[in-house]
Design a protein around this ligand. Structure first.
Ligand SMILES: Cc1cc2nc3c(=O)[nH]c(=O)nc-3n(C[C@H](O)[C@H](O)[C@H](O)COP(=O)(O)OP(=O)(O)OC[C@H]3O[C@@H](n4cnc5c(N)ncnc54)[C@H](O)[C@@H]3O)c2cc1C
Ligand code: SF4
Ligand code: SF4
Ligand code: SF4
Length: 401
């Protein structure tokens, strides 16, 4: 029976819950807002399935294999703008849907919680577009994937590397070869749903209109290289936007203050993965393919399987822009692909405050709008107005590599 002794040893993938034959496992939130399995001992029949399925207890050995790498830009300008980077996910998912398949991804509920769900029509794919920097609740998705595969449907599942490995493990011997496409991301880390809820409630109160949508990485104001947290009302009007150095939620995320404990010791960050392909941001497109650098977003795609490679050929036939590059060059300097983020020294105190204080208190203590923050904001905007922000970011990329 699954027992979590250290919080770092559970990524919350929900594979154990899906695998339990007697539904003895529920995923329940702890005081930080992260989901962990809780076993109903009266129901448990001690079959051991949950322990066997867990990929933290039974890690996959990383084996080097042939890979191919691509840079991708969706031709549809609006969909690309709505996507985090180049819109590769939309292209992959659309190809699956056109073949009568089903696509799983992370979407908002009506009250802006983040959950995994599925769509069967291309016009519903907008729900998955743009990264939501909060841990999504997988709910019953793994069992739904299995049921669709058993009906002979094509399925694409997208998620964090731990969710994808969890699903892969749960599916076990189910025939994955013909019908399943697994797409994972380069994953910095996932923040707490409880902190996200507090942030949304705080924004809802201070903005006079009801929130319709939130995009963590909007490119409409200052381009792809200086994305904004954007909040829209129900009519689609922008009622808030703020950059990564200023917005309190993004400040917490990028300073590794609000992450799940397992993200600080991530077992799923590696170059060779169980997924068919990994997608991530191409901020260094100016170095990799200068002729593609239009500041509207480009996705890196790294394929891990011949199935993923074969599948991408459907996209290669499309009018979208895709360029093949050397995989070693593609992953160079991409530290988040392989290394965990470092825990912020204030993290534990921060979460004590999250569970007992309001957002105003958290902002005063952890994210004040100091003169340094104001100066950073002004500098970014000035460099953008002068047209040299991109060039400076490019120099930083060269140093980072
Ligand atoms: C939590 C998180 C951390 C990330 N960290 C990095 C990073 O450090 N470096 C980097 O280069 N890229 C990172 N990415 C990936 C990046 O943000 C883009 O998702 C990627 O560039 C693909 O963009 P796209 O334009 O092709 O697709 P998009 O249209 O942006 O598609 C988004 C895809 O992400 C999935 N998704 C969105 N939110 C979540 C979530 N909360 N949990 C699981 N799946 C989700 C959707 O289902 C969809 O498949 C991260 C993404 C997430 C969700
Ligand atoms: S990592 Fe996943 S399978 Fe393992 S205990 Fe946590 S939720 Fe269950
Ligand atoms: S040991 Fe078997 S029955 Fe008990 S919780 Fe785990 S999977 Fe369920
Ligand atoms: S950092 Fe690792 S453990 Fe955390 S969500 Fe991403 S893949 Fe999962």
């Amino acid at each position: 029976m699954i027992k979590i002794e250290r919080e770092e040893d559970c990524c919350g993938c929900s594979a154990c819950m899906a695998a339990c034959p007697v539904d003895a496992i529920k995923m329940l939130a702890d005081e930080e807002g992260f989901l962990y399995p809780k076993v109903d001992k009266d129901k448990c029949v001690n079959c051991g399935k949950c322990d066997r399925i867990c990929r933290i207890k039974n890690p996959v050995v990383e084996v080097s294999k042939e890979q191919k790498a691509y840079l991708f830009q969706l031709q549809d300008k609006k969909m690309r703008l709505d996507s985090t980077s180049g819109g590769a996910f939309t292209a992959i998912a659309s190809a699956v849907l056109r073949n009568g398949g089903v696509v799983f991804g992370a979407a908002y509920t009506d009250d802006l919680r983040v959950i995994h769900t599925y769509v069967e029509k291309e016009e519903d794919l907008w729900r998955f577009r743009n990264s939501k920097y909060v841990q999504s609740d997988v709910r019953n998705s793994f069992r739904e994937v299995k049921a669709f595969l058993q009906q002979g449907r094509k399925v694409c599942f997208s998620g964090t590397p731990c969710q994808v490995e969890g699903l892969h493990s749960y599916l076990g011997n189910v025939d994955k070869e013909k019908s399943l496409i697994l797409v994972d991301l380069v994953c910095h880390a996932v923040p707490s749903p409880l902190f996200w809820e507090k942030y949304v409630a705080w924004q809802q109160e201070r903005l006079s209109s009801e929130i319709g949508n939130i995009r963590f990485r909007d490119k409409r104001h200052y381009g792809y290289k200086y994305p904004q947290m954007v909040i829209e009302d129900k009519a689609g009007n922008v009622i808030y936007h703020n950059g990564v150095e200023s917005d309190p939620y993004l400040r917490a995320f990028f300073s590794n203050l609000s992450d799940r404990p397992s993200c600080y010791e991530c077992k799923f960050k590696k170059r060779y993965r169980v997924s068919d392909m990994t997608i991530w941001d191409c901020f260094d497109v100016g170095l990799k393919a200068p002729n593609m650098d239009d500041d509207q977003g480009t996705t890196n795609i790294l394929t891990h399987t011949s199935k993923g490679e074969k599948f991408l050929h459907e996209i290669l036939m499309s009018t979208d822009r895709i360029e093949c590059i050397d995989p070693d060059y593609c992953v160079k300097g991409m530290w988040e692909l392989v290394y965990s983020v470092s825990k912020n020294n204030w993290r534990d105190e921060f979460f004590k405050d999250v569970s007992s204080n309001g957002m105003e208190y958290l902002i005063d203590k952890y994210f004040p709008d100091t003169s340094v923050i104001k100066a950073k904001r002004l500098l970014r905007k000035t460099l953008i107005c002068m047209g040299i922000y991109g060039m400076i970011k490019k120099c930083i990329m060269i140093i980072r590599r």
